[in-house]
Design a protein around this ligand. Sequence first.
Ligand code: ADP
Length: 309
Amino acid sequence: MIATITLNPSIDRGYSVKELKKNGVYRCGDYSLTAGGKGLNVSRVLNQLNVKIMCLGFLGGHSGEFIKSKLEDLDICVNFTKIASETRTCIGIVDHDDSQIEILEQGPQIYEYELKDFINKFQHILKQSKIIIASGSIPRGVNTDIYKYLINCSNQNNVKFILDSSGIPLIEGIKAGPYLIKPNKKELESIVKKKINTDLDIVEACESLINMGAKNVAVSLGKDGMIFVGEEGRYKVNIPKIEVLNPVGSGDSTVAGFGAGLLQKLDIKEILRLANACGMSNAMEKETGKINVKTVNELMKNIKIYKIR
Ligand code: ADP
């Protein structure tokens, strides 16, 4: 089983308007409402890949109930910690030429007894899991070294931990030795505090993250595929051109593919093929955190993996 951790989930509300203007008033008939948060995207993709999963994290109020019911509709098992405050809502407004505004709430306050409840659930689920995947930001009241703590627990139990976060929680987490981190190029630049131009720059940056503690680093590069540096070598993943509909959530889908491949004990090259095909398939769908398994299988045939010397 894979356990996913989403500490700061959200309801994502999306509006489409004609033209975004300062001081504009928009009347919208239609809008989208989805259970959002990077970890929930990972969970939905794992579910489509037929992987047995359990979702952990914090949910509160009506928004929390909505997210829980959306996941249960998909037969996804959940064991969230119920919190006193309301789960956040994030708003995205897009206009006809794809200009957009995003309003991201910081997230609810988590109280100490709620954090304790989450940790108890995590310790319990850890014993039944082969892999843990933690994604995204952390809500108020949770220490920035939370991922570091969870990774230490996982390593003590020989459970592989995949961390896809950013900022201080990611940097602190790396120090505990996660099995894998998956920054994109921008996130990599912000961790190593350097501009990255070439593949060699990426490899060097990955190596510095490995020196900090990460066991494997997969840098996703959008349409340019991926560079992987880790225990089983260094690889460049070349992907074919695709028709992109919505690339939001492609990184999360890639992480899900990686986790699924790892669970099946695939060879590293096959894992990289599956991970990238999941990211690509998500980019070809309108919905976030959605893949088409048939498309994934087709895409995998045309992904080329090269060893970097
Ligand atoms: P993130 O969402 O974390 O920024 P990326 O945008 O790098 O992650 O996407 C993750 C993976 O999804 C890429 O490594 C690639 O395999 C696939 N992907 C994303 N965008 C595209 C695109 N425009 N064309 C083809 N593949 C894409």
